[in-house]
Design a protein around this ligand. Sequence first.
Ligand code: ITT
Length: 223
Amino acid sequence: MVSFLSKKWPNMERQTTMVLATGNKGKIAEIRDLLVDFPVSIKYLNDFGPIPPVVEDGDTFEENAYKKASQVARIIGLPALADDSGLCVTTLGGLPGVRSARYGGKGLDDMERSARLLRAMAGEKDRAAAFECVISIAVPTGQALTYEARCEGLITKAPVGDNGFGYDPIFYFPPLKKTFAQLNREEKSRISHRGKALSELRAEFEKVLTWIRMHLPEEEKFT
Ligand code: ITT
């Protein structure tokens, strides 16, 4: 491993451990894919004992992403990466937005939330919407880096496709003439809000790792 890393990442002979601060399996799969060849050892919330849930009461994706990353980093004592994202529908004044995971109330699953949104859009001609994503990487002392991106599309009249998660079946991406749920993970990541935010992060990953190491206590730098 070290020899592979030292060829591709000459200044990164050791791996840095980073916790993915999300319980959303769809996000985990997409983020893991995009960091697979990077010199980080990824840990998941499940690798640690029960962690108090983060109250996502921020008004912006950025606030919530920072809250999730910084709380997990502080409690676990390792750098953490969190994603706050959602679907913003123009004609609904940007809703469900930061409340995308809770739209329609507690106890609904992804399909029921999408059905609810389609009902709210019934008869509406303006179907414009955008997925937005903010990635926050925080260290235990609270400093953080932020990456963000959006992806514009249209809300369909009915769900189409079986892939992905969340609102993917009702989000149509005109350039590919498909909903996100008709794309495989790689196709989606090339154009999605999360894929674009993570590709900015990938583009300067070496700098990010150096920044993380500078902000870690001595004994955790090379775990
Ligand atoms: P964590 O907070 O644990 O990361 P969460 O699902 O609660 O998981 P958010 O608060 O960021 O995450 O809510 C994001 C919601 O927005 C998510 O549950 C989906 O309903 C929707 N969403 C975000 N990105 C999406 C994507 O790529 N495809 C479909 N729906 C997405």
